[in-house]
Design a binder for this molecule. Structure first.
Ligand code: NDP
Length: 249
């Protein structure tokens, strides 16, 4: 493979479906050697593995739950084991467990925070140790417009995604002198399994708030992530980029 990211190595969490899969394919086509993590969907993992191999890309698939610190360490360390280094981390793994606040179960709130926010913390902590030694690196965290503007029925998800934004900016400040950039992207409504669960009425309501009158594609997010990990984004850190068809301006 040859491309603009030739020779780079990347870890993508939750990368076998949806947005993570689009990011994996985009980076693989640009020559990145990939470690792609999944939690439970082995079938999707095998399908991505085959697709990347079919065009000569390099990929290692690793099962693990990012909300578990030891699993997160194993996922990050596999980049050292297979590729002897780590240039790029994309914290993409995420879940939602929607409910109105008064009905929200403690476990629902906790599970979302553990996966989305703690998972991002664990992977970033372990990856940053490798990147600091190498004095270079790129970290992109997948937040959400819901983390900026809030949403009814998503107090847990919004708190996790807002947490990711504060975390991103703090890590960006801590690691800036080591030539490590840390940015967040905040997608709006993107066509994946996560948004397929919405009712037709919810989808109609959302569409009426999007000036471009369509949901985004996973590739719309992958293109921004690709830019942020490329040399063209050398001087961009601590920022949050909305990809939402103009939903908020
Ligand atoms: P999907 O539900 O399609 O995919 C989620 C991915 O995360 C899956 O690969 C899943 O693995 C993985 N995952 C879930 N829990 C864990 C865990 N504990 N450890 C490791 N991996 C895990 O979601 P999307 O592609 O839609 O979302 C990707 C990211 O983008 C998420 O962070 C989401 O919050 C964010 N986002 C999505 C938006 C949208 O409209 N779709 C909008 C804004 C943000 P497995 O397949 O094994 O279950």
């Amino acid at each position: 493979m040859s491309g603009s990211l030739n020779g780079k190595t990347a870890v993508i969490t939750g990368g076998v479906r949806g947005i993570g899969r689009a990011i994996a394919l985009k980076l693989a086509h640009s020559g990145t050697s990939l470690i792609v993590n999944y939690n439970s969907n082995k079938e999707a993992a095998q399908s991505l593995f085959q697709e990347v191999n079919s065009f000569g890309g390099r990929i290692v698939i690793i099962q693990g739950d990012v909300s578990n610190s030891e699993d997160a360490r194993k996922i990050i360390d596999s980049a050292l084991e297979h590729y002897q280094g780590l240039d790029i981390l994309v914290n993409n793994a995420g879940i939602n467990r929607d409910n109105l606040l008064i009905r929200m179960k403690d476990e629902e709130f906790q599970k979302v925070i553990e996966t989305n926010l703690l998972g991002t913390f664990y992977c970033t902590k372990y990856a940053s140790k490798i990147m600091i030694k190498a004095r270079q690196g790129r970290i992109v965290n997948i937040s959400s417009v819901v983390g900026i503007g809030g949403n009814i029925g998503q107090t847990n998800y919004a708190a996790s995604k807002a947490g990711i934004i504060g975390f991103t900016k703090s890590v960006a400040k801590e690691l800036a002198t080591r030539n490590i950039t840390v940015n967040a992207v905040a997608p709006g409504f993107i066509k994946t399994d996560m948004t397929d669960k919405l009712s037709e009425e919810q989808k109609r309501n959302i569409l009426s708030r999007i000036p471009m009158v369509r949901f985004g594609f996973p590739e719309d997010v992958a293109n921004m992530v690709h830019f942020l990990v490329s040399d063209e984004a050398n001087y961009i850190t601590g920022q949050v980029f909305r990809i939402d068809g103009g939903m908020e301006m």
